[in-house]
Design a protein around this ligand. Structure first.
Ligand code: SAM
Length: 268
């Protein structure tokens, strides 16, 4: 658990997005949501001072962790010395090849109270390892969880919703008040569970084209799809599409975007 000595030895660093969890009620709720089991292959991103790490280790002693801040490694190693199977990797989670943690028959469970400045690129990086991941539990800015979970028509629905929902189902779990952290962040947080599909249920023939289409569509979210598509297709091709191009991007579902990108690919 956090004690005074930790904060004297280590000053929270803003550039590493360090807001440490100190509320034991919240910590217990997170552990209950993750429900760690002894033989599972759990990987924690950004263990910090070990607020979540230690209670997970008590249930799953082979937990691994990835931490960027070199100064935290000796503190954590000492604090968690009672868990000989605990492994800590110093490095940048954005650059790590997570397949190194995969073991046949032991899909990865990824957890982390993520640094907010890198949460979106990190989620995309991890989704690249989807077939090897069982699930992910993250603490994120609440606004990001709202965007991840948004449905067509919601004001938060956008590129992040479509692209993440292409790869995984999204379950927002609960909000966490800013007072649960030290230092206290300026924003509210929330816990989300992502369940990556082993195969996307509606696969795009050309993932790069889908990504480009979704980005271009939401760059001008108030314009109609006709406006975005006229840069990709000529007038005759536009007529052959079987979606209503007078719609705005926020009214198209993930399946609509996949279908549209497959049609564009066939026409081009
Ligand atoms: N898990 C701890 C807790 O809940 O109290 C700390 C959470 S703090 C919001 C984010 C942690 O991620 C910090 O320990 C920070 O040093 C670490 N971190 C920041 N950027 C990282 C990166 N690119 N890769 C791995 N860890 C990173």
């Amino acid at each position: 658990s956090m004690n005074r000595d930790d904060s004297h030895q280590h000053k929270a660093r803003k550039r590493f997005g360090q807001n440490f969890l100190v509320d034991h009620h919240v910590i217990n709720k997170i552990i209950a949501a993750i429900a760690p089991k002894p033989e599972q292959n759990i990987i924690e991103i950004g263990p910090g001072h070990g607020a979540i790490t230690e209670p997970i280790l008590a249930k799953c002693p082979s937990l691994k962790a990835v931490e960027l801040d070199r100064d935290l490694i000796p503190l954590l190693t000492e604090k968690l010395a009672g868990y000989p199977d605990f492994q800590i990797h110093q490095g940048d989670a954005l650059k790590i090849d997570f397949s190194q943690f995969y073991q046949a028959g032991r899909a990865m469970r990824i957890i982390g109270n993520l640094p907010y400045n890198i949460s979106t690129p990190l989620i995309f990086h991890l989704l690249g390892f989807s077939p090897q991941i069982e699930d992910m539990h993250f603490m994120l800015q609440k606004e990001v969880v709202d965007r991840l979970a948004a449905s067509p028509g919601d004001k938060n629905y956008g590129r992040l919703s479509v692209m993440v929902q292409y790869y995984s189902s999204v379950q927002p779990l609960f909000s966490v008040p800013s007072t649960a952290f030290r230092p206290v962040p300026k924003v509210e947080s929330a816990i989300v569970r992502l369940l990556p599909y082993s195969q996307p249920p509606h696969p795009a023939n050309d993932l790069e084209l889908l990504t480009r289409l979704v980005s271009a569509s939401f760059q001008q979210r108030r314009k109609t799809m006709r406006n975005t598509l006229k840069y990709m297709l000529d007038a005759t091709q536009l007529e052959q599409l079987d979606i209503d191009i007078s719609l705005r991007p926020q009214n198209l579902s993930v399946v609509d975007f996949v279908h549209l990108s497959n049609q564009i690919g066939a026409l081009q």
